[in-house]
Design a protein around this ligand. Structure first.
Ligand code: URA
Length: 204
């Protein structure tokens, strides 16, 4: 049986969805996280960006992509010609998963499990049904696999336009901005990231 509050209500009202998601116990991640970090952006957005899960800053502030990865994302979207204010931004998993470092101080990101990704997928589906984006941009493998399936490989298919008939959308996957921040050649990784975003934009 499913945990109480694990299913989104049947509504396209983003505020009602957000409020319901704040009480989700669909997996165990709510126990250690500060809060649910729901998506943000206009309901009429033509573009939806999907990340992996909130990071340390997002967990504290309750908003997606407000930390270092978010700043890099904002800059890259701008450089690729997108208007960030018109984009709906969310994550495949809506609670921060982390472990403590040895001294128990820093919170270190842990990749969410398949079970956690599956438990959170109904919320992503609900956001898709409410916003109906024409273009979906997946940042990193977790986001891409959540909707494109477990066989999807970023390395093989990044920057490719994929027809997602199920959601009446075009999807493009690229690397996660955190991977750009960690890359040995950061400038090169950043340029490739922006190039994928330009490919995603197409002629819009
Ligand atoms: N990384 C993500 O995938 N999402 C966020 O919201 C922040 C960092």
């Amino acid at each position: 049986t499913k945990a109480p509050g694990a299913d989104p209500p049947e509504t396209a009202d983003l505020e009602r969805l957000r409020s319901a998601a704040s009480g989700c116990r669909g997996c165990d991640l709510y126990r250690d996280a500060t809060q649910t970090v729901f998506g943000e952006g206009p309901r009429a957005a033509e573009i939806m960006v999907v990340g992996e899960q909130p990071g340390d800053q997002e967990d504290r502030q309750g908003a997606p992509f407000v930390g270092p990865a978010g700043r890099l994302l904002d800059r890259a979207l701008d450089e690729a010609g997108f208007d960030r204010r018109k984009i709906y931004v969310t994550n495949a998993v809506k609670h921060f998963k982390f472990k403590r470092d040895e001294r128990g101080k820093r919170r270190i990101h842990k990749t969410p499990s398949k079970t956690e990704i599956a438990a959170c997928r109904p919320w992503l589906h609900a956001e898709l049904a409410a916003v109906h984006p024409e273009l979906l941009i997946f940042l990193g493998a977790t986001a891409a696999k959540s909707l494109l399936g477990d066989d999807f490989r970023i390395t093989r298919s990044r920057g490719e336009r994929i027809d997602l008939a199920e959601f009446a959308a075009t999807a493009v996957a690229t690397v996660h901005p955190s991977a750009v921040l960690r890359a040995p050649d950061r400038d090169e990784a950043y340029r490739a990231f922006v190039a994928d975003l330009v490919a995603a934009r197409g002629d819009r």
